[in-house]
Design a protein around this ligand. Sequence first.
Ligand SMILES: [Zn+2]
Ligand SMILES: [Zn+2]
Length: 188
Amino acid sequence: MKINAVVQTFTMINFDNNTRFKDYSMLCPCGTGLTYKLCCRPFILAENQATSPEQLMRSRYSAYAVNEPEYIYQTYSLVSQAEQSIEDIKQWASETKWLKLIIHHTSDYKADVANKDYAQVEFSAFYQHLGRFWQMREKSNFILENNLWRYHDGDVSKSVEINKPKRNEVCICDSNKKFKHCCMKTLS
Ligand SMILES: [Zn+2]
Ligand SMILES: [Zn+2]
């Protein structure tokens, strides 16, 4: 039992900040319940293109989680890209452990495709940065550039520090699970 538990944890959190994922059987960080290989990885490795703002949002979140700064940089809109640096993104990603993504709402970007080249996605993210826990909520603006969805900017409506829970307390991420059965696994 003990060995099993260790193997399982290793499978879940085989994040390596310097090399790409070796373990494709791990669950995707974005929380769809699919494996990383079948979910966000094809976008991050440019084998496929995100076809919706939400898909792009999820893949950018996963790219932060697995520290793929080039993808995050490339998926900014051109105007926003000019204000970004891959080194800064990489630094931030390496200092941060992403625990959970919740998508609250995606605007109806298909309503009028001819005139609809922007969309909003509202999400919450839970993460640990340099040992401290945070929850942020943002309404992100996406635009269509050369027929590809790109992240333009976002309005952060909430950014609060959360006290670290004890092992048996309810997890910070609204899962209703105990911390030790939830985000604590991602951190270990
Ligand atoms: Zn995913
Ligand atoms: Zn959790």
